[in-house]
Design a protein around this ligand. Structure first.
Ligand SMILES: N[C@@H](CCC(=O)N[C@@H](CS)C(=O)NCC(=O)O)C(=O)O
Length: 333
């Protein structure tokens, strides 16, 4: 675990400051792939959608990277955007490459460390070295290291090439999706990290109570609606999914989010199983990488690096969501 300072790697745990609160650094590369190469909502233009041009770096353990893998699968981008999977173990060198346990190594250049990819982008890079990273093989630079934006690009930029019209961010639902994301990101997606990486009791308890209060709200909502925005399955669902699929295996124990398991919420757990069983999604879930990464990498939290054997989870078990009306995924006109 560490960061780059002017292109040099430093092994350093998160600085939680006097209050003991974990604060996630903002992603620094914010360009957009667009259909015609025009600039997107941020960053520069020049990143036109093309088959084979872009490469995605992920960890199978990481909930942010997981979002991009799900959208890549559902939007039919697997043949257009190749993926490299980092090692599940992240210690003094940060994310590294090997070919053990289903990791791929760096398929482009055979690099040893993810931080070398960042210094290829900028030899003087300063900041944390995170995944996912979307790399442009043409310009040899990072397009984006912000998963929330990578999934939006995947949702539409390649549609003319793939003919895939599934829309996870349909115009009429955008305001509602944005509002949901704005609540779920701090309280749940980042909330589990705020609890787990807190270094004071007060910071931990603050994150813990926000997390379980939001889960309660979501549980009630999913008792009345099939998906978070109602009848359509959207980006908001997938963003919540990648956190909840890790919850009982990792966040409940390792991050001390133990008021309740997701299995104890009838609506959240049935919704979770429905999404897991969505065609193409189970293949993106690797609980071995998930458990080994968290328990064996965060030695400040788990110094023995022992990975728990349990819990037993069966996301393939039947779900009861057909009791609620659903229309599936929105189709762009
Ligand atoms: N804003 C980023 C956050 C990505 C992120 O923090 N990824 C974690 C893995 S789950 C990471 O690479 N952490 C390494 C570090 O913070 O040093 C996104 O959503 O893409």
């Amino acid at each position: 675990m560490g960061l780059l300072i002017e292109g040099q790697w430093h092994d350093q745990w998160y600085d939680t400051g006097a209050g003991g609160r974990f604060k996630r650094e903002n992603a620094q590369r914010r360009n957009w792939i667009t259909a015609d190469g025009g600039a997107g909502p941020s960053g520069e233009g020049g990143f036109a959608a093309e088959a084979g041009r872009y490469h995605l770096y992920v960890s199978l353990a990481c909930p942010w990277a997981h979002r991009t893998l799900i959208l890549r699968a559902l939007k039919g981008l697997e043949a257009l955007i190749e993926v490299s999977v980092v090692s599940w173990l992240m210690r003094e060198n940060g994310w590294t490459f090997d070919t053990e346990h289903g990791s791929s190594g760096d398929a482009l250049d055979g690099l040893s460390f993810m931080h070398q990819r960042y210094t290829l982008d900028d030899p003087e890079y300063t900041g944390r070295v995170t995944v996912p990273v979307l790399w442009d093989t043409r310009q040899q630079r990072i397009v984006s290291n912000e998963s929330a934006e990578i999934i939006r690009m995947f949702n539409s930029a390649f549609d003319e090439l793939t003919g895939n019209r599934l829309d996870f961010y349909p115009q009429p639902l955008q305001a509602e999706i944005d509002a949901l994301n704005a609540r779920i990101y701090p309280a749940v997606n980042n909330g589990v990290y705020r609890a787990g990486f807190a270094t004071t009791q007060a910071a931990y308890e603050e994150a813990f109570s926000e997390l379980f209060s939001e889960l309660e709200t979501l549980e009630t909502r999913l008792g009345k609606a099939r998906y978070l925005t109602g009848e359509y399955l959207t980006e908001a669902d997938w963003r919540l999914f990648t956190t909840l699929i890790r919850f009982d295996a990792v966040y409940y124990g390792h991050f001390k989010c133990n008021q309740q398991r997701i299995a104890d919420y009838p609506n959240l757990s049935n919704w979770l199983r429905e999404l897991y069983q969505w065609p193409g999604v189970a293949d993106t879930v690797d609980l071995r990488h998930i458990k080994h990464h968290y328990y064996a990498s965060h030695l400040t939290i788990n110094p023995t690096a022992i990975v728990p054997k349990g819990p037993q989870l069966d996301f393939s078990a039947p779900h009861d969501r057909n009791r609620l009306a659903g229309l599936g995924i929105w189709l762009r006109a």
